[in-house]
Design a protein around this ligand. Structure first.
Ligand SMILES: *Cc1c(COP(=O)(O)O)cnc(C)c1O
Length: 214
């Protein structure tokens, strides 16, 4: 079964690296899946930490499914900031302007929104996120926004057939998180989660491997 297999992969990778498997949180990415599929593949197996990458798709699911810890993991337009205030964690803060919009909306609602800063470690032109050299300024500014709580860093590694090729990307995200004393590292997906866990992921975001047919 997809979810059980993914949890097993996380556990095995953690043990190989001498890490506690409980220190790695699985966000089940539910984009493209119906609430029935989500119930059947995830919730009914006792897992209730879910991630969505689009506001329009997330809102109806949030309304329908109770008792879920929702994570927002996709690119976000500033004018949609007000729609992500009920997420447990926004992984994809990729610009100061977005951070400022989220901060404003959070403060208006009397909330402190937990966020991660997305880092384009692989320096891919088409990818979102801060470049490494922008981080000192970005981290300082994010920490100054009282409506946000900066908890860590997130990256989407370059696409690859061989996960070993992205090990340096994950290792670098961990080093950056250490440098800024940030506890959370959100990295690793269906194809490369073992390498991410070995390199210190505290959160992995997995969709395909959970929902694939048995
Ligand atoms: C879809 C998505 C994932 C999950 O990817 P899979 O390869 O399906 O496991 C992880 N992170 C982000 C940002 C995504 O959009």
């Amino acid at each position: 079964m997809g979810l059980a297999r993914v949890l097993q992969r996380i556990e095995q990778a953690a043990r190989q690296a001498g890490r506690d498997p409980a220190a790695v949180k699985l966000v089940a990415v539910t984009k493209g899946h119906t609430v029935e599929e989500i119930r059947r593949h995830v919730l009914e197996h006792g897992h209730s930490t879910l991630g969505e990458s689009r506001v329009q798709e997330a809102l109806p699911k949030m309304a329908e499914l109770g008792g879920v810890e929702w994570h927002f993991i996709g690119p976000l337009q500033r004018n949609k900031a007000k729609f992500v205030l009920d997420f447990a964690l926004v992984h994809s803060v990729d610009s100061l302007r977005l951070a400022q919009a989220l901060d404003l909306k959070a403060r208006e609602k009397g909330k402190v929104l937990p966020v991660l800063a997305e880092v384009n470690v692989g320096r891919e032109p088409q990818k979102h996120g801060f470049l490494e050299e922008e981080l000192p300024e970005a981290v300082a500014q994010l920490r100054d926004l009282s409506g946000l709580e900066l908890r860590g860093l997130m990256t989407v590694a370059p696409y690859t057939e061989d996960p070993e090729t992205v090990r340096p990307v994950f290792a670098q995200l961990s080093r950056l998180a250490d440098r800024y004393a940030l506890p959370e590292r959100s990295m690793g997906m269906s194809g490369d989660l073992e390498v991410a866990v070995q390199e210190g992921a505290t959160i992995v975001r997995v969709g395909t491997a959970i929902f694939e047919p048995d």
